[in-house]
Design a protein around this ligand. Sequence first.
Ligand code: SAH
Ligand code: SF4
Ligand code: F3S
Length: 483
Amino acid sequence: MDKEIVKAIDTVDLSKPVPVSEPDRQYYFLKKLKAFVKEKEEEYGRKLTFHVTTFGCQMNARDSEKLTGILEYAGYVSVEEENADFVIFNTCTVRDNANQKVYGRLGEIKGFKKKNPHMKLALCGCMMQEEGVILKLKESYPFVDLVFGTHNIFKFAELLVNSYEAKGMIVDIWKDTDQIVEDLPTERKYPFKSGINIMFGCNNFCSYCIVPYVRGRERSREPKDIIREIEGLVKDGVVEIMLLGQNVNSYGKNLENPMSFAQLLQEVEKIEGLERIRFMTSHPKDLSEELIQVMKHSKKICRHLHLPLQAGSDRILKAMNRVYSKEQYLALAKHIREEIPDIAITTDLIVGFPGETLEDVEETIEVVKEVQFDNAFTFIYSKRTGTPAAAMENQVPKEIVKEGFDKLLKVVQDTARERVKLYEGQVMEALVEEVNEQDDTLLTGRLSNNTIVHFPGERDLIGKIVKVKLNSCQGFYYMGEII
Ligand code: SAH
Ligand code: SF4
Ligand code: F3S
């Protein structure tokens, strides 16, 4: 946790009025929360425990680190199990099964809550921004104590204090915001790598997607705030960062002094001690030549580009409001591979968008074969209420979707295996991330191109970059040895 921030919170005078401006207001509530937790510790004769459960994407993972930072500052200790004094679900709603998972877990938590009368349960994140969810929670899950959304997560300390002071469910959901609150405590999951938000929200309104509705309008952080945060992280031992945004290619457009994403990358590259830069996600419609050239000449930007295609048929792409054609995507991918031959291109694909036929899926398969994606996440279309696609009449029958999905998945997997095979026998740098989950004599590392390699080694190498020979390709990963 940032020592400067901790110092600022510790010096707050609780006898003074509650500050109005941020982050001072939250510092006030953090201090108050800490005093409250201490009181409870004395009352129970033990530490208070917490558990954060995260659903969804890297943005949510980063938000959960912010929640964790606040809870740890206040004196809660993290536990593995969901049976803790404070449990929070950071939810996702990109596909309906994400919502179903949350409702399923809530049932379980109800049992824990009956046994531990001190337990508090909070819900936050994208699903809370969705219409109808709050009503359902109030009706069917009244034992939830606190609910907030994506726009006011910075208010977590204040909301938690309110929730301890009040009875019943507290709900605070904002429709949108233009605020970005800096300098709140965060606690990283990995000491050596970290996500960094560079922008929030999305303005693209792909017709199937709920993200613009639950994450609000696009807003970019000031470059100086981003750089300062990364410099702090590097001082604290971070060697790899991932710049996060729903569409990083439109970074900086709405800043007072506009700056392109490629320019931001060049600034980040200058940070001494930082070894690797990743970013997520790029929309093909505005991936610039400037970005390709910056990647090509960079020593730190990883050889990986996640470039969601979604579908290969022009008719479907148009209905999806993706604003590029199959040919444009193919030309872009070809150009990127020519400029940066060792780059891995990965993608997201959707099967079953309204009106999609098996012939359309064939076009997606064609693109997969031609681009030779190094990896692809393949999703079944999920109808999200309130999006334009949900109102389209020609929803695809389940059996047709399944047929197309299975066919596409097979091609995606075969292609990915071929791509991994290409580098067998080579020596590459890997960032050692953890001890192998199945075999503790092995370490697991990540190559610049995002592929995983397992190799024998001591755990003190975790967080270091080592040279590894990729001895054998095992499907989607390698077995190797340090050289
Ligand atoms: N901003 C990112 C994607 C965020 S959501 C981008 O545009 O690339 C991650 C992925 O979820 C999307 O790329 C898409 O493939 C998938 N997705 C989004 N909405 C979906 C839906 N309604 N049904 C199925 N998949 C969906
Ligand atoms: Fe959703 Fe499209 Fe925005 Fe990605 S770019 S978050 S798919 S609306
Ligand atoms: Fe899900 Fe929200 Fe991310 S809907 S995918 S957690 S932006």
